[in-house]
Design a protein around this ligand. Sequence first.
Ligand SMILES: [Zn+2]
Length: 397
Amino acid sequence: MAADKKYDLLIKGGHVIDPKNGVNGKSDVAVANGKIAGVASRIDPAEAAKVIDVPGLYVTPGLVDIHAHVYHTKEPGGLSIVADHHMFRSGVTAVADTGTSGANHFLHFKNTVIDKSRVRIFAFVNVVKSGMIGPFEHDIREMDAELAAATVLAYPDVCVGIKTAHYWTSEPFDELHPPWLSVDRAIEASEICGKPVMVDFFPRPERTYPELLRKMRPGDIHTHVFAQQFPVLDEKKKPQKFLFDAAERGIVFDLGHGSASFWYRNAIRCFENGFYPHSISTDLHIGNINGPVFSMLTTMSKMLAIGMELEDVIRKSTVAPAEEIGHPEIGSLSPGSDADIAVLRCGTGRFGFWDCARTKMVGTSRLTCAMTVRNGEIVYDEDGHHLPHWAETDEAR
Ligand SMILES: [Zn+2]
């Protein structure tokens, strides 16, 4: 930082939405030494080494996507994306990989991806020790609760919980494939390590949806809530009472859009009747990044299109998911926290958005990313906000 300046960076004149701190209005955001130094209606630009004017743009905490796949697993069939290629351009500064790795490959994941990425990466460790994706996900010998929990306990700053997914969705159950095996082992692991389970689930007559919600404990996260396979609507197409009861009990409902897990026919009817997800996440992987998911901001724009208020969309993409994964130190612009910031455009017009049923709707707002700041550093700036105009520079430089 220039020795005579109080701040390294001042993001000036934007509309700040910081739900954790109750800020929703025109404000300036100052950054010093990689931390948020202050948010106020006017901060003197003379005190900052670099001033970026962002009138007409929204300034929010860096987005937090708690369901994505960012580890090119050692198992064949991996579908992950490279976090640094995709996250900053969507305003995402923290992402949780959900079970791509189990205990077997966690250290490889940490060494080759987590520790080398600029975006902050957390992990839900798969209760299946080989992780995803393959026949081992259905193998009783692979589900080692103690090993999964030991991995989480060994890396408590990075590991945020246990993941269960993809277990025995259509074949008949037998002694080697009891209906609840994967969920029960995941809960066992969670009880040992003291961190929540994220559940990806496929109901069947032998393991019903209401039973699943009863098994889950407060703080456990049900991802893919609006997937086709979940009977979230009653015969009148209203959200089931058991959903509200589960939310009341502390079960967390997460969007987890994915290739097959966000259906307007379920989501819109839930929204219309007061049942919303607690957090918005993408489940991004190479199978859906070119549709129907595209990005965190497209997913958030869909929430706007189906009637969620912008402040709520930001809350459910920042502070809410941060708290769900036990990291309340991120997801806000609180002074002293790491300066992770998203500067967003909210375009108006007619925009098409499609879901996993391959149906679409038209919305009037679309969020896109103008700039992303991670630890006080500008890591994405499509409009060149931080650069001088070419005609105003010294041509000899
Ligand atoms: Zn997933």
